[in-house]
Design a protein around this ligand. Structure first.
Ligand SMILES: Nc1ncnc2c1ncn2[C@@H]1O[C@H](COP(=O)(O)OP(=O)(O)OP(=O)(O)O)[C@@H](O)[C@H]1O
Ligand SMILES: [Mg+2]
Length: 279
């Protein structure tokens, strides 16, 4: 049952809910440059007695796809929460394009170009799929309504959700909720996209399509950090790999060398083989 005011794909556009005047936030620098777009400097975070992140420093270059692996509970999602402003670090600093954003609220970081998917999908359950995207495009990117509407339709097609545009998000399957996480993040027009275990639970074919989609996003100049346990999917996309354990940096470098390293094998000892073996 839809309220009268509900936006539907294919409906008309009337209001202008833009919140700023800049035409486009996307940088004009060429893709693949080595300028740091995001930087973590000495981040520590404690939850009671648990030290979830210990003096972690890392960076993402502009145009780069960076993979992050580490065992369960090693602090990967905490790192995303600190980057996006959902969790405050106890110490250390976060920079976006050289500007410190450590104390900015989450919505402001989103407006500056950082978007994420959640490991456990968090749709606006009472809204349709299309409305979920519209929230991202309107309030995350500040697009005027007509432009937001058009961009959302494009993203629905790209992410395979077009047929579900007018379905209430709370009724979606897990796979479609994951698609929606990606789609809503894209609707904010990110420069930095953080993906948290978006391939978990997908079939091989779905995983391949996701890898292609992430490749296309990257070709458009979006810098990506992808946390993933499905390592063969990760290796198909990323330029560099970080390994985190107990909130500490274990390794940072060439993905294939790192996956084959003693340190990674030691960390994953006892875990299932396909969590550490490239396909
Ligand atoms: N808000 C919180 N309050 C208390 N403890 C937390 C909180 N968030 C995370 N933790 C703890 O911090 C540690 C790191 O959690 P985090 O979710 O970052 O791990 P992860 O590497 O993402 O794990 P997984 O691979 O299972 O998703 C865990 O021990 C977790 O229980
Ligand atoms: Mg996690």
């Amino acid at each position: 049952m839809h309220r009268k005011s509900r936006y539907v794909a294919g409906g008309s556009a009337a209001a202008d809910f833009s919140w700023r005047s800049e035409p486009d936030r996307r940088p004009s620098a060429p893709v693949g440059g080595m300028r740091k777009i995001l930087e973590l400097d000495g981040i520590s975070k404690r939850f009671g007695a648990l030290l979830a992140m210990e003096n972690l420093s890392a960076h993402l270059n502009e145009g780069e796809a960076l993979g992050v692996i580490g065992p369960n509970g090693s602090g990967k999602t905490t790192m995303f929460n600190i980057i996006t402003g959902i969790t405050r670090a106890d110490s250390g600093r976060v920079f976006l394009e050289g500007t410190e954003i450590t104390r900015l609220p989450a919505f402001e970081r989103c407006r500056r170009g950082i978007a994420r998917s959640f490991q456990i999908p968090h749709p606006f359950a009472g809204m349709t799929v299309f409305e979920n995207l519209l929230v991202g495009a309107a309030f995350g990117d500040g697009k005027p309504e007509r432009a937001a509407y058009d961009r959302c339709v494009e993203i629905l097609r790209e992410t395979g959700l077009f047929a579900k545009s007018n379905v209430r998000a709370g009724t979606l399957t897990l796979l479609d909720r994951k698609r929606l996480e990606l789609a809503r993040a894209l609707a904010t027009n990110p420069r930095v996209l953080l993906l948290d275990e978006i391939a978990g639970g997908l079939t091989e074919k779905e995983c391949r399509l996701l890898v292609e989609e992430i490749g296309r996003i990257r070709e458009r100049g979006v810098s990506i950090i992808w946390i993933e346990h499905v390592v063969h999917a990760l290796l198909a996309v990323v330029d560099r790999l970080l390994v985190i354990n107990f909130g500490r940096m274990i390794d940072d470098g060439d993905p294939h060398k790192i996956i084959a390293s003693r340190a990674v094998k030691d960390i994953y000892m006892g875990q299932e083989d396909d969590t550490i073996q490239p396909a």
